[in-house]
Design a binder for this molecule. Structure first.
Ligand code: ACO
Length: 402
């Protein structure tokens, strides 16, 4: 085991590593990732096995508590989450304040921050483990409700209250797509596909949003606002926002006549800011194991639902051309998890601007696990250093002499 106090004592030398390409910010027991070999494991379990055999709620428990739950633990966990799915009625007034054009990621992060107002005891940095567990349960329970209501708000539809007789994923789909006046049972194929997608997104060690959650939490800010910060970090198109950007790019290629070669050339042109969205990864340099699983799931879901999506044809063509192009091969640019997830989301009826929200739902247990590990180890406040490259001392010049 690594002695964190020894690591903490080692200071004095400043390394410059812009973008933290080679800098470890912490030790962690949560997720193992080998980018060269394309290996991803949560708490020692392979992502392939978890995606095949487990459920999202079980994986969430594993990430947060470190072990797979027994039947009793799992039932208790599911029951507690179910008991907290409702939002405080006053939170609806906050939804009412947003224009219907509001991006659901902005609504989500604002509403998650606002949970501190409804549960102010979460601001206490010395909360008991039971208190922290209650905050964790509330986050797991309420984020799907907030996410679905942000979509209802966008549509101008009345919000659906949670249906606690349904599973975690089926309840979310009900809150998204159910109509109060109609019976609604989500298709089991869709529930399964979504469960798998959430598992695949559940953690990815020290990525941009998890590092954000850790650094915000390291100042002893509450778990709610640390997660809200993670949501904002995820939103950018170089991170979770890539899933929305991929579909928009595929649509753009389609509207342009489907000329894949033209867009490959644009991506290679260093004077053109265009990048192939959904390609490349900071740590996977051979393949993204999640992309492999999603690709197979994508074919399966589209076939079972009888959906023909012409953007999938473009995606496949793009992948084929890019994988054989020297530019992409030389830079190890392979399709990442976001390349195919958008196609599944679309097939199951999730609107494009909700894609990154779906990613946030999946990544939530990972953020919580990373925050919990950091706080339980009592890690110091995150505070990077810098190499100053600005002016030397200058004399102040009054405004009328400038
Ligand atoms: N299209 C074209 N060229 C690319 C792409 C791309 N998608 N990605 C990287 N490159 C090129 C860069 O221009 C650079 O070329 P150079 O060496 O000639 O200068 C080289 O590959 C290395 O790229 P960097 O940006 O230095 O790699 P970095 O590790 O910083 O970035 C990232 C990784 C952000 C994922 C990048 O590959 C990218 O922008 N991809 C598209 C966005 C995307 O799909 N993001 C989702 C990531 S997965 C996730 O967050 C869940």
């Amino acid at each position: 085991a690594v002695d964190i106090s020894k690591l903490r004592a080692q200071s004095g030398l400043i390394t410059l590593d812009v973008g933290y390409k080679n800098t470890g910010a912490t030790t962690s027991e949560v997720t193992f990732l080998d980018g060269e070999k394309g290996i991803l494991r949560y708490r020692g379990y392979s992502i392939e096995e978890l995606a095949e055999k487990s459920t999202f709620l079980e994986v969430a428990y594993l990430l947060i508590h470190g072990e797979l739950p027994t039947k009793d633990q799992f039932d208790k966990w599911g029951h507690e989450i179910t008991m907290h799915t409702l939002l405080h009625e006053d939170m609806r007034k906050i939804f009412d304040g947003f224009p219907t054009s509001a991006h659901p990621m902005g609504v989500l992060s604002s509403l998650v921050s606002s949970l501190t107002a409804f549960y102010p005891e979460s601001l206490d940095p010395n909360r008991s483990p039971d208190g922290v567990n209650l905050t964790i349960t509330r986050l797991m329970a309420k984020i799907p409700t907030i996410a679905a209501w942000s979509y209802k708000n966008e549509m101008g539809h009345p919000a659906n209250y949670p249906d606690n007789s349904k599973s975690y994923v089926a309840n979310f789909l009900w809150m998204m797509f159910g109509m109060r006046t109609m019976q609604y049972e989500p298709d089991p194929v869709i529930v399964d596909a979504l469960d798998k997608l959430l598992i695949l997104h559940a953690d990815h060690e020290q990525n941009c949003s998890a590092s954000t959650v850790r650094i915000v939490g390291s100042s002893q800010a509450s778990l709610y606002v640390s997660v809200a910060a993670g949501i904002n970090a995820l939103w950018g198109r170089l991170h979770g926002g890539a899933n929305q950007a991929v579909i928009e790019m595929l649509e753009q290629i389609k509207a342009d006549g489907g000329n894949v070669d033209k867009f490959i050339a644009k991506a290679k042109d260093k004077d053109d800011p265009f990048r192939l969205m959904g390609f490349g990864h900071r740590v996977y340099k051979n393949f993204d194991p999640r992309a492999r699983i999603i690709k197979a799931a994508c074919d399966n879901v589209l076939e079972k639902l009888g959906v023909h999506d012409s953007t999938l044809e473009i995606a496949k063509k793009l992948e084929e051309v890019a994988l054989n192009d020297e530019y992409f091969v030389k830079r190890s640019l392979y399709p990442n998890v976001d390349f195919y997830s958008g196609i599944i989301y679309r097939a199951i009826g999730i609107p494009t601007d909700m894609f990154t929200v779906m990613f946030a739902l999946g990544r939530l247990p990972g953020w919580i696990a990373q925050w919990k590990e950091m706080r339980e180890e009592n890690q110091p406040i995150g505070r990077p250093r810098q190499i100053y490259t600005g002016h030397n001392l200058r004399n102040y010049v009054s405004m009328n002499e400038r």
